[in-house]
Design a protein around this ligand. Structure first.
Ligand SMILES: N[C@@H](CCC(=O)N[C@@H](CS)C(=O)NCC(=O)O)C(=O)O
Length: 250
């Protein structure tokens, strides 16, 4: 049964966890409206009685917190088209892969991505920093306020960044070999596992150590093709055109 009122997604446009939730909603062809959350205060989400993390989905009097819970809710409410494989083994595999992507891949790509963005602040114009004058004049001040907050919130510190890099180098070959066997993460068709892997991998587009490593070219190719086919917006890899000031050239 279609919802009476469109659902509402509380969202930060550049958040890869939000992209995972948006992709699930679009895949189910569920109409929804977006509330853009102020990333500095997250007041819109706190007003719902939540901690402030996004994505959060509101459906009538139901408030669903986190991308995995949102995917499970949508699967229950709108079984067709299915996000999960039909067989129990495939379902367990897809859900287990989603958990690893949520718990490790997502936080790790965000950490190494923010490390690059904080070193190349031009990458944050249009997201955390302002694009146009006169607000743009506030950017140097804003940067000084935002940087310690981001570093603390997402543990963007040298030892943690190194651990994330090592975990990624251990995990990406597995994702790549899954993609190579049949074009999907689990079984022979598109599932939630593909949405989780592709959406949460996307921040590596801006990380030279990964996006410029030839070993991972097939995995980037897989992700870009899938996102193109599903008309998803992807991050710019800065492999062509003018890179932001200070960003290392090829
Ligand atoms: N496991 C959660 C993770 C959500 C999460 O970490 N969200 C981040 C954005 S990527 C957030 O809300 N950050 C709040 C902020 O940046 O202030 C999920 O799957 O939704």
């Amino acid at each position: 049964m279609p919802p009476l009122e469109p659902m509402t997604l509380y969202d930060i446009s550049w958040s890869h966890f939000c992209e995972k939730a948006r992709w699930c909603l679009d895949f189910k062809k569920v109409p929804f409206t977006i509330v853009r959350v102020n990333p500095r205060t997250r007041g819109e989400v706190r007003a719902l009685g939540k901690r402030g993390d996004v994505p959060v989905l509101e459906d009538g009097d139901q408030v669903i917190d986190g991308s995995a819970a949102i995917a499970a809710y949508l699967e229950m409410r709108f079984p067709e088209p299915p996000l999960l494989p039909g067989d129990a083994g495939g379902r367990a595999d897809a859900l287990a892969l989603q958990s690893r992507c949520d718990d490790e891949l997502g936080p790790d790509t965000r950490r190494v991505g923010y490390q690059v963005a904080l070193e190349n602040p031009a990458m944050m114009t249009g997201t955390l920093l302002y694009t146009r004058a006169p607000r743009r004049w506030l950017n140097p001040l804003l940067r000084r306020l935002i940087e310690p907050h981001i570093r603390r919130k997402f543990a963007v510190f040298p030892a943690e960044v190194d651990r994330s890099r090592a975990r990624l180098h251990a995990f990406l070959p597995e994702l790549q070999s899954r993609a190579a066997s049949g074009g999907f993460m689990v079984g022979g068709r598109f599932t939630l596992a593909d949405i989780a892997a592709a959406a949460l991998f996307d921040p590596l587009e801006i990380v030279p150590e990964f996006v410029r490593d030839r070993r991972y070219a097939p995995l980037f190719e897989w992700k870009r093709r899938l996102m193109r086919e599903h008309r998803r917006r992807q991050r710019t890899p800065w492999l062509t055109g003018a890179p932001p000031v200070g960003y290392p050239r090829l």
